[in-house]
Design a protein around this ligand. Structure first.
Ligand code: ATP
Length: 235
């Protein structure tokens, strides 16, 4: 589904991603873990066309999409749900969802997709006329993910969906991601909450200073002493 090889990203003199190679297979949830500033967001932005890599290749279903404009990449089924939710706080829940379908001309298909999101997230259905900014943090995160789903992703890039949420709500968001994946969407999941991410991921990579320092199955990462020490609170 997604193959990245030798990816480099520079911001002027900052070398944010260094020779990174990773893959996401069809049907997989792959976690990208690492501390603040490790290069996780930059990696997602380089994949989805928001920043231009200075080296390496990004292949989506075998096609080279390196450095293509973001809207072209989105129309190929790769949807990036950025950090911090970025919903439109003065628009209703329903209008926020409709914005996810901005590339879609077929109105009947758009309504089918919003209905599917409401089936998956009944809390949003109950609040469809409510302003986005008045939702709770967890509901806003669900709305951001719901809006990404309306775009019709085959591969979903999620940046820190657990950020700022209470543990119970984090678990609900992770369940939602697992459900989306079970319905056929591959997921690349950036998380600082390694415990939550490794519960639902199949595989993972650990980034440190822009480089992948460890990778493997979620089980192998969960039991790796280096991961336990650095990312699982030494538990
Ligand atoms: P966090 O978990 O804190 O979001 P991250 O792993 O997502 O961190 P990035 O946001 O990708 O890390 O940042 C990687 C490095 O690139 C950091 O040193 C950061 O300061 C730098 N960086 C990110 N965006 C820019 C930018 N627009 N201009 C200059 N430097 C940047």
């Amino acid at each position: 589904m997604l193959e990245i090889s030798d990816l480099d990203v520079h911001y002027d003199s900052v070398h944010a991603v260094r020779s990174l190679s990773l893959s996401v297979g069809a049907g997989e949830i792959v976690a990208l873990l690492g501390n603040n500033g490790a290069g996780k967001t930059t990696t997602l932005s380089a994949i989805s066309g928001l920043v231009r890599p200075s080296g390496g290749k990004v292949l989506l279903e075998g096609e080279d999409i390196t450095g293509r404009p973001a809207h072209k990449i989105t129309s190929r089924g790769l949807v990036h749900c950025p950090e911090g939710r970025r919903i439109f706080s003065t628009l209703t829940v329903h209008d926020n969802l409709l914005l996810g379908g901005y590339l879609l001309r077929d109105q009947a298909e758009l309504h089918k997709r919003t209905d599917r999101v409401y089936d998956l997230l009944p809390r949003l259905a109950e609040r469809r006329a409510q302003q986005g900014g008045t939702l709770s943090g967890g509901e806003q995160q669900m709305l951001a993910i719901g809006r990404a789903l309306v775009t019709g992703p085959r591969l979903l890039l999620l940046d820190e969906p657990s950020m700022g949420l209470a543990p119970l709500v984090v678990a609900q968001v992770m369940d939602l991601i697992a459900d989306i994946n079970a319905a056929g969407t591959a997921v690349l999941l950036v998380e600082q909450n390694a415990t939550a991410a490794l519960k639902i991921a199949h595989r993972g990579y650990v980034l440190d200073s822009g480089q992948s320092t460890l990778s493997g199955t979620a089980d192998s990462l969960r039991s790796d002493p280096r991961v336990i020490e650095a990312y699982l609170g030494g538990a």
